[in-house]
Write a protein of this length. Structure first.
Length: 314
């Protein structure tokens, strides 16, 4: 069951996932105004001071929407808690100051992060790709598990979403957020039928007017199908899904060995700048609308599908 503090303003149980070098204030604000939880990685700003500025801008714009009678959905911020991220403590301090409603943690579990977010009533969602990761995060007290399944863009697992969701539900009664190939409102409804509380949507939001993605990146999304997505550790050292065209233009076939010369943080920055990620959800993406129009479409598709299945997102 989605908590009341997250349900306010939520028109469809979906999260526009945080995408490195793609998600910014415009995408976050418009997603929230459209009834979808918007999010962005703290590292999309080059400094903690810049991150602070983005949070202020997002909150001011959402407050302005509320003043006009709107009820925006809550927003979230992604913190990379891997030891290579030297900013994590400073960014956490900024997030606590702003009382960010939801913190999404990736690449490790840090109990002090969970404790800090819980201190002001915030929630922590954590990325998991395997059952052992899910059990560790559940034991640490996170409020939601993001099951990153086969076909998700960026760092992704290889597990079937039906099987993984069911396995998580056998030991965890918190929120489950399902990621992997979800691009339509009907697919959000399918995620709910499988036992998830939220759907996690990244690829679909890359191809929007407010996305910070390069126009050529958006073109590739529109033209791609599932066969155009390549899962490889060659780029950053961690298995991830990329648009095949963005690899081959740099002479990469995805069959080589992972890089060894750069540390994890450097590999990550280079990977997402030079190579473009996407998931199997490209197969359902055929246009590049405004985020507002996309959210309206998702709400309509979800409502129609949920009506046929006789349930709602409450």
């Amino acid at each position: 069951m989605i908590p009341t503090n997250l349900r306010d303003g939520l028109k469809v149980p979906a999260i526009a996932s945080p995408m490195f070098l793609v998600s910014g204030p415009d995408l976050v604000v418009e997603a929230c105004r459209g009834g979808v939880m918007g999010s962005f990685p703290a590292l999309n700003q080059r400094s903690s001071e810049g991150f602070d500025g983005w949070l202020t801008e997002i909150e001011d714009r959402l407050d302005a929407a509320r003043a006009q009678g709107e009820t925006p959905a809550p927003y979230a911020v992604n913190l990379i808690v891997h030891s290579s991220n030297e900013r994590v403590d400073a960014d956490l301090e900024v997030a606590v100051k702003h009382q960010v409603p939801v913190i999404i943690t990736s690449l490790g579990i840090r109990p002090e992060v969970i404790e800090a977010v819980h201190s002001y009533g915030g929630l922590v969602f954590h990325d998991v790709v395997q059952t052992r990761h899910a059990k560790k995060a559940a034991g640490a007290g996170v409020d939601g598990l993001i099951a990153v399944c086969a076909g998700a863009g960026g760092h992704a697992g290889t597990l079937n979403p039906i099987a993984f969701t069911d396995e998580i539900r056998q030991f965890y009664d918190g929120l489950v957020i399902l990621a992997g190939g979800i691009s339509t409102g009907a697919q959000v409804a399918a995620a709910r039928m499988m036992g998830a509380d939220f759907a996690y949507m990244g690829t679909r939001f890359i191809a929007t007017a407010e996305s910070m993605a390069d126009d050529d990146y958006k073109r590739m999304i529109l033209e791609a199908g599932t066969a155009d997505i390549l899962y490889t550790p060659e780029i950053s050292g961690v298995p991830a899904n990329f648009l095949k065209e963005s690899l081959t233009r740099h002479g990469v076939d995805g069959k080589g060995k992972p890089p060894e010369s750069l540390d994890f943080g450097e590999r990550e920055a280079k990977a997402w700048r030079d190579y473009w990620s996407a998931g199997h959800g490209v197969a359902s993406v055929t246009d590049c609308p405004t985020t507002a129009d996309l959210c309206r479409r998702l709400v309509d598709e979800y409502t129609q599908a949920a009506g046929r299945l006789d349930f709602t997102h409450g």
